[in-house]
Write a protein that binds this ligand. Structure first.
Ligand code: G3I
Length: 356
């Protein structure tokens, strides 16, 4: 199995080269009796480079129609080493008419990312939402076959280009029931999720296959436990699952839980990777962003973090200002906190160091 770091080795190796150069420079300065730098020489200056130094990626959800906005792409290209298409790989976008697939916008994002050494997370192959009209009207074995064909066709199109797929999205109900969400897909039979995973594995054996959901961050919640039990069952029965995505949309109604690290480590202990897939936090408190990053860094199998948009104005919850960059593209305090956490608590220099 190729892991995401191996598939995405350009940022990491670039970061390593930079770190090596920095270390060499420190050595020369030290030999010359110069003052040693006040910060760790390996401290990165962008989210992607700093995450790569920790063996992880740092990604953003990207919208194809924003790739012509140079203010947007300047930040994207500078800061991130992973990309998730925000809407362009969804069922309604990729199969608007049954059997007619359109990949133009998704391909644009994939091309933009891969040509710059960024990895791509695929989102999402099977979901009760964002279904095209033809699928919404289907049921039973016809729907099951249509869903499996969709998974196969889309995963095959992007074979080798997507490091991880959100194969199934949001299949569990909210609240305390721990039950599956009712949907046309669920009504095709409880085994629809594992059928989707098997089809995805057959279509792209090299991609990591994830189950992705929201409100699965608090370890004590019934929904978290229900997903945990499904993943444990899949691992026991050999259903091909490699990772769990925690969307982690935090706000006053669904706050960052103090046991988040327990949730990450508990999933990881099942033998899957854990990825934070859609992070945004109402009002972007620096402390909470720092906690999320430190929780991920504390769990070896937490392999990366994706924020759900770049600037506040790009967010699906723009009124909550939940992201790392202001609408005009300035770094927010939460950005500094995330970068410092990725750098192990050190703050990178804002100007080139002098030898005094
Ligand atoms: O592109 C059309 C445009 O042509 C039309 O004029 C306009 C009118 O409403 O709609 C536009 O499409 C919208 C699309 O975003 C692009 O902006 C859809 O209506 C709107 O429903 C869609 O919302 C997306 C939402 O998923 C759909 O479920 C959000 O951008 C996207 O951020 C959000 O992402 C989800 C993840 O996939 C799963 N987890 C939750 C997360 C947040 O809701």
């Amino acid at each position: 199995m190729i892991d995401s770091c191996q598939r995405n080795n350009r940022p990491r190796s670039t970061a390593r080269r930079r770190a090596a150069l920095a270390l060499a420079a420190v050595g020369l300065l030290a030999a010359a009796g110069a003052v040693v730098l006040p910060v760790a020489a390996s401290a990165g200056t962008t989210l992607g480079a700093s995450a790569a130094e920790r063996g992880r990626y740092f990604g953003a959800a990207v919208a194809a129609n924003k790739l012509s906005d140079s203010a947007y792409t300047t930040i994207l290209n500078r800061e991130f080493n992973s990309v998730t298409p925000e809407n362009e790989m969804k069922i309604d976008a990729t199969e608007p008419q049954q059997g007619q697939f359109t990949f133009t916008n998704a391909d644009r994002i994939v091309s933009h990312a891969r040509s710059r050494g960024m990895s791509v997370r695929g989102h999402t192959l099977a979901w009760h939402s964002q279904q095209p009209g033809w699928m919404q009207n289907m049921s039973g074995s016809a729907l099951r076959q249509a869903m499996l064909n969709h998974v196969t066709q889309v995963a095959t199109h992007f074979r080798g280009q997507v490091v991880a797929w959100d194969v199934v999205n949001e299949a569990f109900a909210d609240g305390g029931s721990g039950a599956r969400r009712d949907s046309n897909l669920q009504r095709t039979g409880n085994d629809w999720i594992e059928a989707a995973f098997r089809a995805a594995r057959a279509a792209d054996p090299g991609a990591k296959l994830c189950y992705n959901d929201y409100n699965t961050d608090d370890w004590t919640h019934a929904k978290t436990q229900a997903v945990y039990n499904m993943v444990r069952d899949f691992k026991q029965r050999g259903v091909p699952i490699d990772c769990v995505g925690l969307q982690s949309h935090f706000n006053s109604g669904s706050p960052y839980p103090g046991n988040y690290r327990t949730t990450l480590s508990s999933f990881a202990a099942l033998g899957v990777d854990v990825q934070i897939t859609e992070l945004d936090i109402q009002n972007a408190p620096a402390d909470t962003y720092r906690n999320v990053v430190n929780d991920c860094l504390a769990v070896a199998r937490c392999t990366g973090i994706t924020v759900w948009g770049i600037r506040d104005s790009d967010s699906w919850r723009a009124d909550q200002n939940p992201l790392l960059f202001t609408s005009s593209g300035a770094k927010k305090p939460a950005y500094d906190a995330v970068l410092a956490a990725l750098n192990g608590g050190t703050t990178p220099p804002t100007t080139p160091p002098t030898t005094g």
